[in-house]
Design a protein around this ligand. Structure first.
Ligand SMILES: [Zn+2]
Ligand SMILES: [Zn+2]
Length: 177
């Protein structure tokens, strides 16, 4: 599957945001932003106010809501709620050495950069590759979301760790039976 189009890899930021550990307390957003600083304009202040942190959590919840949706209608409603938070303004840049497009204007406030990149990245992938490509891990005790980039759309787990953990558990269950 080819993400090498406008909109491509920004879906990874959406997935990571949905999976961010918010139990860590109100600083979760700052920790997330620092760990993903390559997505924001150079020089952006990687801090959010408490109110903005709440809005980032809403964005994360909407990404998760898309991942757990059971129908195209549900996906559409949730994507549109997410897109309503976005202020896209395509912008060409070569800050990392390769010419590419960003969704948010470079001088946008950080929350706007985050929301816009997440909303547009996720929407592009859903529209181009199908909403079933965004899912929730099937492993017991894990509810991380993922984007399925496998050729035949067969992914069920967020990570190799969860996949092998589940294989072992299924094997043990079969032996018990
Ligand atoms: Zn960039
Ligand atoms: Zn998992």
């Amino acid at each position: 599957m080819d993400y090498d189009t406008y909109g491509s890899t920004a879906v990874e930021l959406a997935i990571d945001l949905a999976n961010a550990d918010r139990d860590a307390g109100p600083d979760w957003a700052t920790a997330f932003l620092r760990a993903h600083d390559e997505w924001f304009s150079p020089g952006s202040v990687l801090d959010l106010s408490p109110d903005e942190t709440g809005q980032a959590a809403t964005t994360a919840d909407l990404v998760r809501a898309v991942a757990v949706a059971q129908s195209e209608g549900e996906v559409m409603d949730r994507l549109n709620a997410l897109l309503a938070l976005a202020h896209p303004k395509p912008y060409a840049t070569d800050h990392d050495g390769a010419l590419h497009l960003h969704y948010a204007r470079p001088d946008a406030p950080l929350l706007e950069q985050l929301t816009t990149t997440v909303a547009m990245g996720l929407s592009q992938v859903v529209v181009q590759h199908g909403w079933q490509r965004i899912g929730v891990c099937s492993a017991e005790g894990c509810d991380d979301v993922y984007v399925d980039t496998s050729r035949n759309a067969s992914r069920r787990y967020c990570s190799n760790t969860c996949a092998s953990r589940s294989t072992v558990a299924a094997y043990r269950a079969r032996r018990k039976a």
